[in-house]
Write a protein that binds this ligand. Structure first.
Ligand SMILES: Nc1nc2c(c(=O)[nH]1)N[C@H]1C(S)=C(S)[C@@H](COP(=O)(O)OP(=O)(O)OC[C@H]3O[C@@H](n4cnc5c(=O)[nH]c(N)nc54)[C@H](O)[C@@H]3O)O[C@H]1N2
Ligand SMILES: Nc1nc2c(c(=O)[nH]1)N[C@H]1C(S)=C(S)[C@@H](COP(=O)(O)OP(=O)(O)OC[C@H]3O[C@@H](n4cnc5c(=O)[nH]c(N)nc54)[C@H](O)[C@@H]3O)O[C@H]1N2
Ligand code: SF4
Ligand SMILES: [Mo]
Length: 846
């Protein structure tokens, strides 16, 4: 049957999608313009008296800010900042307000849909949730029966239901729980883990900080803890703090700094080591910290830093040696209320791990680690099962691992925390390294967000031999959903429960509860509940671990382990107040805390390190300092490890040249770059979050296009002006990781340019979050009637019918470009962090 006939037969005339109906969810040809229907606009001020304030937590990005959802008559009117969550200090960003539109998006998926026809053909049939659970259960059972539970794979992005996902996968017996961390922040975390033993990023004590030395973080727009950090930075600034930003691009953070320096990409390690060189050689270091808390001597530090002079760094970065030395002096003068910190600009390189370690070192040298106003860390609330018990019986963890979630080539990715190396997943599947019978995807848009996503990810997702069955949980018809066999309609973050917490910027542990402000519409259901329902159908051996009715009950059980407050049990307290703060002193210098006699019971001391036996294993818990037992850092030596014996040992095992010191060397792709070639870099917008905000109309109205930034000098050489198009061709770097079907040219796209002084002349920058192929009319920039409105059941939105003025067919700019077809899969050594910002390309006028 012809596709058109097929759709006509099943769906053409239905008014609302019925069970068994088939629809097409792929954008079709130009739809007729429809006049704007009169829409009633409720104004908040008109009805504020009766507004219900439901305390909850925003999830339009990773900052998870507490918010009150304003509800009237079962409809969300808006959101406001929460005063009980200590992190965001009562305010929210634009994305939080824009996020509300996700709830009533008229192209929101509201029914479970089963694929009809070939995978990726866009034809879907409505089924019941019961049928959906059964379908998934019937696919999982044979994998378990065949003794291959690892063929059941879970892949989550911003997954906030890790507790139930973990339980589900453990019950199934599969260790293959994948995430997106190596695309995000693995080098940064690995650097912190190596240096101080902390698994997160630094929690800058920003309000009290007086000197911000920022290497490649755009925290006024993005950053995992950006919003809480920004709130405090603004106060510090008003009190006279200074910020110096190193970014290849004039980001909004760079623009609001006292100084902006544009280094050559990937040269931050050289700059930071040169600053360290100045601090040490001019005796500006903190002798107490260096002598007591570093695992190497001052003499060794001097020897290590000797080659990294300001002149050396000038040659690498293009930043004047005199500026590097001056900034080092200013930084040390502000100590300990100063902080050197980073983010994806610094870590997203082949040399990112060492660049990061070099920046962390600056904090150690001036004694700002853990200090008031300094590079604080730790002290956040872990919401793991060990702290908030889960209902018994608890399934045991599988006792094996596979190379998919724990690739042996990247030992530092999974040594301390499960960071995985997810940019390799689809490539490994194409190579046939792992068989996938059931692939459960949740809150990820890999075809859009992965390097080579449009090629490699899509090829793997399309291949029914490589991925036998794919069930995707989503709220819209996303890049991921398009390649699924079954779509489960999730509840949005306004309609579901989750326990959450992030780095505590008040340096006191806290946690927050996300709770439903409104009921999910139609068949939409929290995916956590769907997992419970699926588990109940997997036979008694698995169902016994899911002896509760709902995820709400599971969350309540966990929270009720809290002591009663204000006469309320934990769950009720959290529902009423939204947040729980532990009344503890601020977590300054945790390493210097003295261990109590109780903590020292049964311990032994070897070479000054205090050990305890835990489950038959010797574990370091402290370090002796002048005869006193101190907690120290959570590193093997319990000191700040500038030289890491563990890194040295791992490198040796893998035959990688690395002596365990954070040396500086450029990525090979940079050293082989020809003078006319540009380095492709990528970045985030303040009003968008990766692949999740493109369907949100207010945000996409603000930013829907992303021309490539190039410098005026470069534009002159290329003969282009703003609005012209260039062709960008990217090349595969020399790498230890061999991709399936390697080709020298990775990708080629034609992209519009914007010419600016605000970028390094050797760099071309293209943002993410744009160029969606799916996601509905707002994301696709496609004005007109819904492709197949009956699929969605929510009321039509006149804005989508006639107000998408950026639709190309109306002479608008369109919906932008996805740079990820240009960016090669390029894991960094040892850690496996994706090297986003190392891509070399040719750029020519078209
Ligand atoms: N608004 C918004 N907020 C977000 C997100 C979002 O998508 N949107 N995502 C969240 C997530 S998951 C993350 S991981 C964080 C990321 O937060 P950030 O890391 O702060 O943001 P990015 O835009 O990824 O990268 C930061 C900067 O690195 C610069 N850069 C690129 N290459 C180099 C280089 O070689 N050297 C230097 N010095 N700089 C370079 C870019 O120009 C960019 O300004 O943000 C979180 N918050
Ligand atoms: N070029 C480039 N690429 C990048 C980056 C970059 O800066 N530049 N940043 C990288 C970084 S830091 C990260 S962390 C990754 C992130 O990559 P992903 O993990 O893929 O991140 P998201 O964009 O958050 O996930 C988006 C998907 O979740 C769906 N979704 C949104 N809300 C819900 C919900 O409530 N329930 C369900 N079930 N689904 C939902 C969206 O529709 C979409 O399909 O991307 C990386 N990719
Ligand atoms: S920073 Fe992120 S979590 Fe916080 S309000 Fe904005 S979108 Fe929401
Ligand atoms: Mo990220």
């Amino acid at each position: 049957m012809e596709r058109r006939e097929f759709i006509k037969k099943f769906a053409a005339t239905v008014a609302a999608m019925q069970l068994g109906d088939v629809i097409s969810l792929i954008p079709n040809a130009v739809a007729a313009e429809v006049p704007t229907a009169a829409l009633s606009h409720l104004r908040l001020a008109d009805c504020i008296a009766d507004v219900l304030r439901v305390p909850s937590v925003c999830l339009n990005c990773s900052n998870v800010c507490g918010m009150n959802v304003l509800v009237k008559d079962g409809q969300i009117l808006g959101v406001e900042g929460s005063k009980t969550d200590p992190n965001p200090q009562g305010k929210l960003c634009a994305k939080a307000h824009g996020g509300v539109s996700a709830v009533n998006y008229s192209e929101r998926i509201v029914y479970p849909l089963k694929r009809v026809g070939e995978r990726g053909s866009g034809l879907w049939q409505r089924i019941t949730m019961e049928e959906a659970y059964e379908m998934i259960a019937e696919r999982i059972k044979p994998a378990i029966a065949a003794g291959h539970p690892e063929r059941v794979v879970f892949h989550g992005g911003r997954n906030k239901i890790g507790d139930i996902v973990g339980r589900f996968m453990n019950a199934v017996g599969s260790p293959v729980v994948l995430n997106h961390r190596a695309l995000c922040s693995a080098n940064k975390r690995a650097a912190n883990l190596t240096s101080i033993g902390d698994k997160d990023w630094e929690t800058v004590d920003a309000e009290r900080c007086r000197y911000f030395l920022n290497f490649g973080s755009n925290f006024l727009e993005a950053h995992q803890g950006g919003f809480p950090l920004m709130r405090r930075y603004v106060k510090a600034k008003a009190a006279g703090a200074k910020m110096v930003t190193f970014d290849v691009r004039l980001s909004n953070t760079a623009g609001r700094s006292d100084e902006w320096h544009a280094p050559f990409p990937a040269s931050e390690g050289a700059v930071a080591l040169a600053m360290a060189h100045v601090i040490v050689n001019e005796n500006r270091y903190d002798a107490e910290f260096v002598n007591a808390w570093m695992n190497v001597s001052l003499a060794e530090i001097k020897t290590f830093l000797a080659p990294y002079t300001p002149k050396f760094a000038e040659e690498a970065s293009g930043i004047a040696a005199s500026d590097i030395a001056r900034i080092a002096r200013e930084f040390a003068t502000a100590a300990p209320a100063c902080v050197a910190f980073t983010n994806r600009g610094t870590q997203g390189h082949q040399n990112g791990f060492n660049n990061e370690r070099a920046v962390v070192l600056l904090n150690a040298l001036v004694g700002s680690v853990g200090a008031e106003g300094g590079y604080a860390y730790g002290g956040s609330q872990s919401i793991k099962g060990s702290n908030f018990p889960e209902p018994a019986p608890i399934p045991p963890k599988p006792k094996f691992s596979t190379d998919l979630e724990d690739p042996k080539q990247y030992p530092l990715s999974n040594h301390w925390a499960k960071m995985k190396v997810s940019e390799l997943v689809f490539d490994k599947l194409l190579k046939g390294e792992h068989q996938v019978d059931v692939y459960l995807s949740y809150t990820i848009a890999a075809p859009q967000n992965w390097p080579e996503g449009p090629q490699v990810t899509v090829a793997a997702l399309k291949d029914e031999q490589k991925i036998k069955f794919h069930a995707c949980s989503d709220v819209v018809y996303s890049e991921m959903a398009h390649y699924a066999d079954l779509i489960l309609p999730d509840a949005t973050y306004f309609e579901r429960y989750t326990i959450d917490a992030r780095n505590a910027y008040e340096l006191q542990p806290y946690m927050v509860l996300r709770q439903p402000a409104v009921e999910p519409p139609f068949d939409c259901e929290n995916f956590a509940d769907s997992l419970i329902n699926i588990a109940k159908r997997l036979g008694p051996d698995i169902a016994k671990y899911f002896d509760f009715d709902s995820y709400a009950e599971f969350v309540a059980y966990r929270l009720n382990s809290l002591p009663k407050r204000d006469g309320l049990n934990g769950f009720d307290y959290m529902k009423k107040h939204g947040a729980w703060v532990w009344d503890k002193p601020k977590n300054y210098r945790p390493f210097a805390k003295t261990l109590s006699a109780e903590q020292l019971l049964g311990t032994t001391v070897e070479n000054g390190v205090i050990y305890q036996e835990v489950k038959g294993k010797k574990q370091a818990i402290g370090v002796m300092q002048n005869g006193v037992a101190k907690r120290g850092f959570q590193t093997p030596s319990r000191k700040f490890e500038l030289h890491s014996p563990y890194v040295e040992q791992m490198a040796q095992q893998l035959g990688i040249k690395d002596d365990g010191w954070p040396h500086f060397a450029f990525p090979e792709s940079m050293t082989q770059r020809k003078p006319h070639q540009l380095v492709l870099t990528t970045f985030k917008w303040n009003v968008h979050t990766q692949g999740r905000t493109a369907p949100q109309k207010y945000l996409t109205e603000i930013v829907h296009d992303n021309p490539a930034w190039i410098n005026r000098q470069t534009a002159k050489r290329l003969g282009v002006k703003s609005g012209d198009f260039v062709e960008v061709t990217s090349y595969r770097p020399v790498s230890d990781y061999q991709v399936h079907n390697p080709s020298e040219v990775v990708g080629k796209i034609k992209v519009k340019v914007v010419v600016t002084e605000g970028i390094h002349p050797d760099v071309i920058a293209i943002s993410n979050s744009m160029g969606m192929n799916y996601g509905g009319r707002i994301a696709e920039g496609r004005n007109g009637k819904a492709a197949e409105l009956p699929a969605f059941a929510q009321a039509e939105d006149a804005d989508m019918v006639s107000h998408i003025w950026w639709d190309k067919r109306r002479g608008g700019a369109g919906n932008g470009f996805n740079p990820n077809s240009l960016i090669p899969i390029n894991p960094s050594p040892l850690v496996g962090n994706q090297s986003w910002n190392d891509t070399i390309c040719d750029v020519v006028k078209v």
